[in-house]
Design a protein around this ligand. Structure first.
Ligand code: UT7
Length: 335
């Protein structure tokens, strides 16, 4: 029996900074509303023709591989989490395999939105724990900006999301008291449409419907979020799934050295921080700078925390996410 551990981390965000004031030139919004409700000051948007979800993932992965000191030829499997793939199909996993020149290993695409990275790490961990693979490359990457409704109609969603990518190289750890101790995944499809992008799809809104109708009032191809409902569920599920992970390992909130919550809303992170009685040093947030980057938010935040020396050997690190699906999960790591 083995554990997996994160051996290398990397992130990449596009250079183009978009402030709240920049957005207020496109829609009826303002810096005060955005900061007060979400904590966000600015986010990054890809300039058309520069990056894609895959290219950002590749850039983050290269840094993670270098830091892990693992050659691309030693990667046994790729897991790529995103809700904004370059193509309808194939998914970005194979594009990363191509771009990085990795040999013909398996490439899996994970579609779990804000929980994508937690799901992806859990999958990688199971493959490593079972002994099937030794080194797995996990990527979370999103290019939201060009799929958002940048008019006042879409302001409740479009001010929140940003672009970026994060990556982790997971490798086999023989000492089972170290590395990923456990992962905890949940879903509640009853609320699938409360945070969703309906079209294009082969369900309610077919691709051909959109092409035929050219209906400017049709918002089904923009993300929709029932903000308050999602918020209420988020605070409950974040708390539950962190507690579930701690209890599974006979730990208490006081044992947490670093909580990396998915960066959905600073108010959600602060609620969770208060609920568990954690200090500012025990919770890492960077939503102020990047907005909500969905599947990329945890690996970007984890990398920044690690780079700042806030994640050290022996620390108990907790990753937790909640999002569209609804899906949610946590990962408990002894670093
Ligand atoms: O990452 C996946 C999980 N995501 C989350 O967990 C997000 C959860 N939800 C949230 O973070 C919050 O619900 C939001 C930040 C999305 C919205 O904050 P809120 O405090 O729930 O605001 P609201 O939707 O209730 O809207 C309040 C008011 C409305 O105006 P009226 O009806 O009171 O006149 C909105 O029209 O704010 C208005 N509004 C805005 N005003 C300025 C909505 N968006 C904006 C905006 N700028 N961008």
């Amino acid at each position: 029996m083995y554990n997996s551990k994160i051996k290398g981390l990397g992130y990449y965000v596009p250079d183009n900074v978009v402030t709240n004031d920049d957005l207020s030139k496109l829609m009826d919004t303002n810096d005060e509303w955005i900061q007060e409700r979400t904590g966000i000051k600015e986010r990054r948007h890809v300039v058309r023709g520069t990056d894609t979800t895959t290219s950002m993932g590749v850039k983050a992965a290269k840094i993670a591989l270098e830091r892990a000191e693992i050659d691309k030829d030693d990667i046994d499997f790729i897991v790529f989490a995103t809700l904004s793939p370059d193509y309808y199909f194939p998914g970005p996993g194979v594009l990363v395999q191509r771009e990085l020149g990795i040999k013909t290993v398996g490439a899996l695409d994970v579609r779990n939105q804000c929980s994508g990275f937690v799901y992806a790490v859990s999958v990688a961990d199971q493959y490593i724990k079972s002994g099937m693979y030794k080194n797995v490359l996990v990527i979370g990457s999103e290019l939201h900006s060009h799929g958002l409704d940048m008019t006042t109609r879409g302001r409740a969603v479009s001010v929140i999301f940003g672009d970026g990518a994060g990556a982790a190289v997971l490798t086999r750890e023989d000492d089972t008291s170290k590395g990923v101790l456990s992962s905890h995944l949940h879903s509640e499809g009853q609320h699938a449409e409360e945070l969703s992008l309906i079209a294009p799809g082969m369900g309610k809104r077919w691709v051909t419907d959109i092409l035929d109708e050219k209906d400017s009032e049709d918002v089904s191809y923009f993300p929709y979020m029932n903000g308050q409902f999602v918020f209420k569920n988020a605070v409950v599920r974040f708390s539950e799934v962190i507690m579930e992970g701690l209890q599974k390992n006979e730990l208490t909130p006081g044992d947490i050295d670093m909580l990396i919550p998915h960066q959905a809303n600073l108010r959600i992170s602060q609620f969770v921080q208060k609920k568990f009685g954690l200090s500012d040093d025990q919770v890492f947030n960077n939503i102020m700078s990047y907005g909500n980057t969905t599947a990329a938010s945890i690996p970007i935040a984890l990398t920044e925390a690690w780079e700042a020396g806030k994640v050290k050997a022996g620390d108990l690190v907790v990753l937790a996410a909640f999002g569209s699906g609804f899906t949610w999960g946590s990962i408990i790591i002894r670093w």
